[in-house]
Design a protein around this ligand. Structure first.
Ligand code: ADP
Ligand code: MG
Length: 513
């Protein structure tokens, strides 16, 4: 259970330190946990259906991209320019749906912020204890292996400490490492490149979380006989080749026809690539050069099981999450995916309040251009910033706006709307701030445990695995299953939550109720 030491002057490059961890597991209501696990396949089906609908994705993300989000615009262009023929488009996804228990205290249940709430769902109930979704990660969903190690550590510690059997049974087994490796192996089998096909881990240079990945690579070798090769996107561009890319077909035209082109076999350093597993590529910083984008395009065009495709990555964006909460949207996608209506109801029961910040999405009879309705929402956010989170289309932590900064951004947008502008926040979404009840935990960092537990809040991630081709209509998925879990715990005062980003520590769930 280690991470790279990183950033310590004088330390050798290979120096390791334990991953930050909580001594105590985090309480999670049992029924809510089971509902989130059961929802994993529905969330996968939903994202798959979105990824298979380029027109909806363009209509939903295009305005956000045009409102100043160059990264989203580039991903949309990548998807457009690299589309593979349906049936050729093998896609693999390792998802992680993140949740927090909403206690119902101080949230939006008190009636504020109702205007334009795109969530038709029930919101925080009086009984509390609903797991509301923070976000669905569809790219580089990390900490499966270290999260599994945290579960094992807590189970072992509980046994050594003599916990009674009924208490120990409240620590659910965590299959993340085996499940995620099995999904990658299924992708390799479906890619049909032969037994010498490699699993390409596409990584960031200097990754501190390389040992979470190394543990997965080890599992791939030991349990599936698969060889992993690590490379950055720029290295993929340098050593990757698409078979027949020169000479036997249309040129690699970024404005390629929407119907797509046949996939081509990809080799890396001369070895066929069966699976391209991205643990990079989610942030603009992962594309320091045009070569990095070239590397990504090679993956997109290949016969490999791409985890994820650009379409799947976009399906996990904040703007899509907000749009899916709109009346009937989740229901329509899940119906198309062949999921019965109770699936949509279950998915929706996990939605927090989500609002578009594009005036065009707030048009009503009383607000024909949507501006006054959006201004009313933003006025509430400026007055009660603790009830909201402001989010851009970014992944990886540290990007959101809270509190006083949120109030200032909302007030500036209100002023802009008043002056005839569009508010300037069309590339962002506004989200209900989930308000978990604190629990005590001892957070161990850098080998040092504080003398006593401190008030903390925890976030539960449920992993899912999906493999399929041809999108909706291309037959049922080859794989759609829950794939383990992860708990991250942070001091109650902290806004952001990433472990790699230094805010949170690893933990595991203790099922209560
Ligand atoms: P990223 O893609 O950068 O990880 P997230 O949406 O997961 O963005 O937000 C980062 C962190 O901020 C989360 O892990 C969580 O701790 C906190 N956070 C995000 N949204 C909310 C919310 N609606 N309510 C409370 N905390 C939130
Ligand atoms: Mg996140």
């Amino acid at each position: 259970m280690v991470v790279g030491l990183g950033g310590v002057p004088g330390a050798p490059p290979a120096a390791l330190i334990h991953a930050p961890l909580a001594v105590e597991p985090a309480p999670v209501p049992r029924a809510a946990f089971l509902s989130a696990v059961a929802a994993a396949t529905h969330f996968n089906a939903l994202a798959a259906a979105v990824a298979a609908d380029p027109a909806w994705m363009e209509a939903t993300l295009g305005p956000a991209a045009a409102a100043g989000d160059a990264f989203t615009a580039r991903l949309l262009a990548l998807r457009r320019g690299t589309a593979r023929t349906p049936g050729d488009d093998l896609a693999l996804a390792i998802t992680r749906s993140d949740y927090m228990v909403d206690g119902g205290g101080g949230g939006l249940a008190d009636g504020g912020g109702g205007a334009g709430n795109k969530n038709g769902g029930p919101g925080p109930g009086p009984a509390g204890a609903v797991l509301l979704q923070v976000e669905l990660n569809t790219i580089a969903s990390s900490f499966g292996c270290l999260g599994g190690a945290a579960s094992a550590l807590h189970a072992d510690a509980a046994a050594r400490a003599g916990w009674p059997a009924d208490a120990r049974a409240r620590l659910p087994p965590n299959s993340a490492k085996a499940s995620i490796a099995a999904a990658l192996a299924a992708g390799a089998a479906a890619a049909g490149v032969g037994t010498d096909g490699i699993v390409l881990f596409v990584v960031q240079p200097g990754e501190r979380n390389a040992y979470d990945q190394a543990s997965l690579a080890e599992e791939l070798w030991v349990s599936h006989g698969l060889v992993t090769v690590r490379a950055t996107l720029e290295e993929v561009a340098a050593a990757g080749r698409l078979e027949g890319a020169e000479g036997d077909g249309p040129p690699e035209d970024p404005a390629a026809p929407a119907a797509g082109r046949p996939a081509r076999r990809l080799t890396f350093g001369g070895r066929p690539v069966a699976v391209a597993y991205l643990r990079s590529g989610y942030s603009p910083a992962d594309y320091p050069s045009e070569a990095a984008w070239t590397g990504r395009a090679l993956l997109e065009r290949s016969t490999a099981a791409v985890c994820p495709t650009a379409a799947w990555q976009l399906a996990g964006s904040k703007k899509v999450q907000q749009a899916l909460a709109g009346a009937g949207v989740t229901e329509a996608f899940l119906e198309r995916a062949g999921c019965a209506p109770p699936a949509a109801a279950q998915v929706r029961s996990h939605y927090a309040g989500l609002w578009s910040l594009d005036p065009g999405d707030h048009v009503t009879d009383a607000s024909p251009d949507g501006k006054s309705a959006l201004a009313a929402l933003l006025q509430d956010a400026a007055a009660r910033p603790g009830a909201y989170v402001l989010k851009p289309q970014r992944e990886g932590g540290g990007n959101n706006t809270y509190g006083a900064q949120l109030a200032a951004a909302a007030a500036a947008a209100v002023a802009d709307l008043g002056a005839g502008g569009s508010g300037g926040l069309g590339a962002f979404i506004l989200m209900q701030r989930i308000q978990p009840a604190p629990h005590g935990a001892t957070l161990v960092r850098g080998g040092v445990a504080p003398p006593a537990p401190v008030p903390c809040i925890s976030e539960l991630g449920i992993f899912g695995a999906w493999l399929g081709r041809g999108g909706v209509g291309g037959g049922p998925p080859l794989l759609n299953a829950p794939a383990g879990h992860l708990v991250r715990t942070k001091p109650a005062g902290a806004d952001e939550g990433g472990v790699a980003a230094g805010f949170a520590v690893l933990s595991s769930p203790y099922l209560v109720g």
